[in-house]
Design a protein around this ligand. Structure first.
Ligand code: V47
Ligand code: SF4
Length: 374
């Protein structure tokens, strides 16, 4: 019997969600909105039980690097502190040598995402994948958001299928989840009117899944979006996963206000944990919800492990997007730091690659034996 069916809860809002999930039903948009007003600890218990029913006590992470090859971008999204206009102070474009310096021997995944460069051609983006794959052929490459894929279609005047096939032939293994922001047209018009909308983002990921390219999904929250828009975003993703399965993870990205002036401060830790837990329950058919510690901060990410998050992304290295927006988290974490964070939350760390193939488990007995013999 599943843990969700065995749980006994006092809060009527969480209990009603539990009953629906135990019966195999999906939660509706009003259910999701109401859960924001529910008892946060009971919400966490339900999301944790839901995650345990999928993965037991296993929490995944990867030893990876984030490579942001250029911050030069032809767009100007109002929430983005990372992008620079060509020639502006602080604009950078990495050389091949700088790019390859990110391919450390110990990593198993590289996550490549950057700006829409005014001078780069599609071949420049393809070469980045070819170079890293040449240096480390067994590396899993998760590269280029749907926004970049759409940009490549415009550069080459070719359809998404062609662009994705070229990227796959160059060594692409998976698409990251960035660029989804919030699918609400209202938010898009206000914050990123020049960028692709929700329909195009969903179309690109649907085609990727049909071509056998798995992907992730994100939600940028904690700015001007409403809770209803957040929940609808999760439902749109759930429906895409039903039509064309292929998502590995959903990553709620906590907006870092930086110098944007959009909001005075980052969402509170309680709001973060509610969003993680509600994501877990709403987007019920995605394998993992990720607690992205770079944007949550380490303490909230550690708590998220007991609020439905079953993945922590990775060690990351020199992250630039959140840190351009003044994120307070360290720029990278050591492998043993991730292991310790998961163990302290009472779960079993599992190192994976970008395709969620298990590389190594760190069972609790091994830790206890090591401590006893020390
Ligand atoms: O698309 C930009 C967001 C995304 C800010 O797929 C910001 O495994 C917060 O998508 N505050 C890029 N977020 C990062 C991303 C990602 C990260 C980790 C793992 C995966 C994955 C994907 O970052 C952008 C945008 O939505 N972003 N500025 C900001 N100030
Ligand atoms: Fe460019 Fe992406 Fe920043 Fe928008 S969010 S300005 S597309 S780098």
């Amino acid at each position: 019997m599943s843990l969700v069916s065995q749980l006994r809860l006092r809060d009527p809002l969480v209990e009603s969600a539990r009953q629906k999930l135990a019966a195999g039903d999906h939660l509706t948009q009003p259910d999701g909105i109401r859960l924001f007003d529910a008892d946060v600890m009971e919400l966490g218990r339900l999301a944790d039980a839901f995650a345990r029913d999928k993965h037991g006590d296993r929490v995944f992470f990867t030893v990876n690097r984030q490579l942001n090859p250029t911050n030069v971008c032809v767009l100007a999204c109002k929430f983005c502190d990372y992008a620079k206009k060509p020639g502006a102070e602080g604009a950078y474009t990495m050389t091949k040598e700088q790019i390859l310096s990110h391919v450390d021997p110990e990593i198993t995944e590289i996550h490549i995402v950057g700006g829409l460069h005014n001078k780069w051609r599609f071949d420049d983006y393809l070469n980045i994948i070819r170079w890293v794959k040449e240096k480390k052929p067994d590396l899993s490459v998760k590269a280029y958001t749907a926004v970049e894929i759409d940009f490549f279609c415009r550069l080459t005047k070719k359809p998404v299928e062609w662009v994705l096939t070229e990227l796959k032939n160059a060594g692409l293994d998976a698409l990251p989840g960035g660029g989804a922001e919030v699918f609400s047209e209202r938010v898009r018009r206000e914050l990123f009117g020049q960028k692709i909308g929700g329909q195009r983002w969903l179309e690109i990921h649907e085609i990727a899944h049909q071509l056998g390219i798995p992907s992730n999904s994100t939600l940028l929250y904690g700015h001007i979006e409403t809770r209803a828009e957040r929940v609808q975003h999760m439902i749109d993703l759930r429906e895409l996963e039903m039509r064309a399965p292929g998502f590995f993870a959903f990553i709620p990205l906590a907006f870092q206000p930086g110098t944007t002036g959009l909001v005075r401060r980052q969402a509170s830790a309680i709001e973060d944990l509610k969003t993680i837990a509600i994501s877990r329950l709403m987007f019920d058919n995605v394998p993992h919800v990720k607690g992205y510690w770079i944007m949550l901060g380490q303490d909230t990410a550690a708590a998220a492990i007991n609020f439905g998050a079953s993945d922590l992304d990775g060690t990351i290295g020199q992250e630039k997007i959140a840190h351009a927006a003044l994120a307070k988290s360290p720029v990278g974490m050591a492998e043993m730091g991730m292991v310790q964070m998961i163990r302290e939350a009472g779960k079993t760390p599992v190192q994976r690659d970008a395709l969620y193939r298990v590389i190594r488990e760190y069972p609790l007995e091994a830790a206890t034996a090591a401590a006893a013999s020390a």
